[in-house]
Design a protein around this ligand. Sequence first.
Ligand code: SF4
Length: 414
Amino acid sequence: MEKNYYVCTGCGMLCDDIEVESEKNIVNKVYTACRVGVAHMKEGKESAAFLVDNRPVNEETAINEAAAILKDAKNPLIFGLGTSTNEAQKLAIELAKKTSATLDDPSSFRLGSVVEALLQNRFKTCTLDDVRNKADVTIFWGTNPSDSHPRHLSKHSYFPRGTEKQRGWEEERTAIAIDVRKSHTAKICGNYFFQIPPGGDAEFIDALIAALSGKLPKTSYNFPPKRILELANILKGAKFGVILVGLGLIYSLENLEPLFRLMDALNEKANFHLIPMVGYSNTRGFNENLFEETGYVNSVKFEDGNVKHGPEYSIVESLKAKTVDAALIIGSDPFSSLPRSVAKNLLEIPVISLNPCETLTSRNAKVYINTAINGVESGGSATRMDGVKVDFKPVVETNRLSDEAVLKKIMEAL
Ligand code: SF4
């Protein structure tokens, strides 16, 4: 009997080999997925809810109220979309154009700068399949996929056999962790764990670049030069190397210049690629869809047929400056994820929340619609952390609308 495989939208890896048993639209068993994926696939149990001022209303009233808020606003903010499908994201971009909105997603305070540089071809990159098939040296830098993307090491980066790596881990692959703490991933890397102090990444990069050209590597925190020279030797010998970049590295750097310099230095001696460890299932999709439309990956403002871009159009800065007068938040919970001093400004403007789960943001919203879980209860496409497009179908049916369907209805009601 032919097996039915599903895609897990639990993180940016979009694993496409998931088997599921379900009955009466409830997922009972999930095979192959990690613990995060199993919990995610089993989340969809809620029935549809449309709330205005926390009181139940019908679908039409909720949609009309949401449309009225956006129509009345001079500068609405549309934010989130990291777990939305590509189709919903493209609709949100159209909605932002139509309502002269500020449009942003969590990548403005996460890995957006790295994805932007990739889309501008400033880094050499590759797919996760290339990593599985060819990579002999992998660096986990400021990232801990053992916890954040639990199947990364087993499916792609360390343990699996690939077409050119038949013997799998250790014999043919070297996994290196550079981090401020000994994470689960760092423990797996054993002697190849390089512990640096918080904020020490830029100096470590400069020391590594010096070591790559045979100079004595120095850091103000006296990292043993011998160990940096050993690391440089491993990297120089890489036939197919990859740096998996996490938030820990990006938060430590003022800008990407040290990373550009390191990649240039590595590629003078060896063959190195870079992949951002994107967390949400389709943040990369949002970045690519917006880039295609505007040339930017986040933090834009549409106005009179033009597009403006800059940090002042990020959610953090626009809320701080109180330049937005309404907010449509899709699949995100800024009340929980942003500093309280910033998020509290959302209390002063009408908020529309589209989210499968009740959150702090939905509880404080003027309008709340609990949408279907993309990948579990609704289908579409998403873009994996490495830029590969993945189509998926729903696992179960629901009476909840997808965020794509809600956005379409709001557009029509405007
Ligand atoms: Fe799902 Fe991510 Fe786990 Fe894969 S690694 S099963 S995509 S949560």
